[in-house]
Design a protein around this ligand. Sequence first.
Ligand code: ZN
Length: 465
Amino acid sequence: MNEHFHQFFRLLPVNLQQYGIDLFGWYQARQRFGPVFERMQREYSERERWPADRMTDFVEDRLRRQLKLAYISVPYYRRIFSEYGITAHMLDTFTSGDLKKLPLLEKAVVHNDPDILLTEEARRKPGLFFHIYTSGTAGKRIRIYVDAAMHQHTGGVREARSLRWANVSYHQPRTVIGGRKVVSANNSYPPFWRHNRWEQQLYLSAFHINSDNAKAFADKLNDFKPSIMMGYSSGHYFLAQLINEFQLEVHAPKAIIASGERLEHSMRPIMESIFRTRVIQEYGSSENCALATECEYGTLHINPDFGLVEILRPDGSPTKKGETGEMVVTGFANVNQIFIRYRSGDMAAWAEKSCPCGRDTLPPLQDSVSRYEDMIIGEGGCINTALYHMLSSLPGVLAAQLIRTNASSFTINIVPSFGYEKNLGSIIERNIEDMLGQNITLNIRELHSIPREENGKFRAIISYI
Ligand SMILES: [Zn+2]
């Protein structure tokens, strides 16, 4: 749905919005749970049990098919391939080992010309697609083209490799915390959610999770009783913190599937104890080029039959196991807008050991995936989002956000709660100086809640330099 529709939608009275949601929900359920969804969830499940050589052949075949499609139908790639000496004939025997012969695809290329990666066929049928946008600041967002088949494809792979691993299914009642502005930001009374009964889905507004509304959210969860809670990691984490802070009773779902943002190690135990369930994480991106899903041993596995992932050093060479590098991705699911060797901006490392679950054909990652944007580099060290959890573990700090305004000036936004002490500033300043290896000046702002990004995500760290 486009933004104009959303704006119009938010102006309607709640009961009329519900009619709209019923209609849209019916449409969306048809979009998500069609024949492609069923076929994909079956095929991804079957492939999970394939021997390694069969999976490798499948992935290499997918890669060749995607490259040939790009060559035949995307003028941009035809030009790039010929610049790098790749002919159509060479693509018949191309392997993942040959990928290094092709250049990396920068986000700026797609940002400057949103249609550049579209196939000629997709350009002729603009009405078939709805657009989604990647996260990031407005000036860097990228338009992604999604059609019903791709929507079902991503639903199918998540059903097989994420929900099923957690013993749940899309066909069970679920809540979602995501970036859709389903409720006007000015609403200060419930409902802060919208119910899509066709999908048994309750969509919770990430923008309204704060101390004033904690009880309303807990009451609604106790009434709706979701089997699964899905969506942004920070939304679930803040909700758990608030439920704890106000000593509220809350329904226990069968699983929380945390996605959209990095799940920090310190977030998981709080979420698991308050919701009395397992939290599993999922790494994906709006471009739908890569997907990593968490198994019962807590390991994130890359799904290479969905998209090929390379982890590279800044000089473009592949990293060793255990060494962090940038994820460069080649997606197979999107056959309309083709991403080949796309620099995701996300950082990860291959695991040094195999996972006890035995899914060796789905390579395990060492840890979670982090975003390069969420790091601050200092003169003698760096800060990543783990800092945020040092901050929120201080007494009386419900949430915090670090902003770098110039090389040595920082602002911290803090949401104080019971037991907050004003003299925390010097402790925080010292901690940041230790991590960055430089002197800083720190300004502390106390806020009622921390503003979210346009897409509802929480940014723990923002740098303006
Ligand atoms: Zn595993």
